[in-house]
Design a protein around this ligand. Structure first.
Ligand code: PEP
Ligand code: MN
Length: 337
């Protein structure tokens, strides 16, 4: 429920309203604007409908939030959320490109790619230290050692870094070493993990689950927001369909759909969506045209020897060319990159 207060509502009237809502067992999110204040009452709305809230002094109107997700909905917040990661603003007019290897393999490789992608215009460095591999016999990532290499490469290249978390026990370590926490597609509905991340104030990039509907995706974001952390970036990375030509099917319509339903920034990962490097450029351009706030692209100096996802990784030179093409698309839709 959204309770819009009158411009001249007094502090006393606001406090009275807040206490009333809290007294019913709902949680309150008070947003004080220059013009007027808004109270977001989160919880069982049925409890509120029994009270004539409109008749309370200082109240202008009362609107139910019809969606099952509340804090992340456009109904709750009309303006876009912009997340500032060390000066890199995600969700604003500038499109941000996250680039780097699928996994951190050693200190040298990740630094080399970091310097290359920075030169080409990427603004955030990616690299997995804990890898969610389908086979337990495949490379699982370097763990804590990998995080050290990623942090050092980010520092050297002057890029904020993002890495995936799989286990809540690694949360502290990841918060110390990374600027953005990534929740992978396979953990989108790991609700315990989401709740723990929600208690931190680290920006988090939440990937859409392999078979998740947009509603389920937004409900997962709501799990994080409900614990207090509103710095959430949503990432469309393809969903599983019957087609086998591409690794997944990139659901590009999810971009405008989510932007209409939620105020959170939306990023597209074409690499994991298509699974083939030759298709990454086309889907990157399409994502920007569709209104994405950013891209996540895998880049490797020598994809044939990559320990993970070489087939979908761009060589630095190809990435550089792509960045130049993306500029033209971004400008065509009045965005900067
Ligand atoms: C990744 O970004 O390295 C990754 C594993 O992606 P996803 O969770 O989308 O499969
Ligand atoms: Mn990968």
């Amino acid at each position: 429920m959204i309770i819009v207060l009158k411009p001249d509502a007094s502090e006393e009237q606001i406090r009275h309203m807040v206490e009333k809502v809290k007294g019913l067992g709902l949680s309150v999110h008070l947003s004080k604007g220059a013009e007027r204040s808004i109270i977001g009452a989160i919880g069982d709305e049925a409890l509120l409908t029994s009270i004539p809230l409109e008749t309370f002094p200082g109240v202008e109107k009362v609107m139910p939030i019809l969606k099952p997700y509340k804090l992340v909905s456009r109904e709750f917040q009309q303006e876009n959320t912009v997340i500032d990661v060390k000066g890199v603003k995600i969700g604003g007019n500038e499109i941000q490109v996250i680039a780097g290897p699928c996994s951190i393999e050693n200190a040298k490789n990740v630094l080399e790619v970091a310097m290359e992608v920075k030169k080409s215009g990427a603004t955030i460095l990616r690299g997995g230290a804990f890898k969610p591999r389908t086979s337990p016999y495949d490379f699982q990532g370097l763990g804590a050692e990998g995080l050290e290499y990623l942090k050092a490469a980010g520092k050297e290249a002057q890029l904020p870094v993002i890495t995936e978390i799989m286990d809540p026990r690694d949360l502290e370590l990841i918060c110390e070493n990374a600027d953005i926490i990534q929740v992978g597609a396979r953990n989108m509905q790991n609700f315990m993990l989401l709740k723990e991340i929600g208690k931190t104030d680290k920006p988090v990039l939440l990937k859409r689950g392999l078979c998740a509907t947009i509603k389920e995706f937004l409900m997962s974001a709501e799990y994080i927001a409900s614990q207090g952390n509103r710095k959430i970036i949503l990432c469309e990375r393809g969903i599983r369909t019957y087609d086998t030509e591409t690794r997944n099917t990139l659901d590009l319509s999810a971009v405008p759909v989510i932007k209409s339903l939620s105020h959170l920034p939306v990023v597209v990962d074409p690499s994991h969506a298509v699974g083939k490097w030759s298709l990454v450029a086309a889907m990157s351009k399409a994502a920007i045209a569709a209104g994405a706030d950013g891209l996540m692209i895998e880049v490797h100096a020598n994809p044939e020897e990559a320990l993970c996802d070489g087939a979908q990784s761009l060589k630095p030179r190809k990435f550089d060319l792509l960045m130049k093409e993306l500029k033209r698309i971004a400008n065509a839709v009045d965005r900067d990159i």
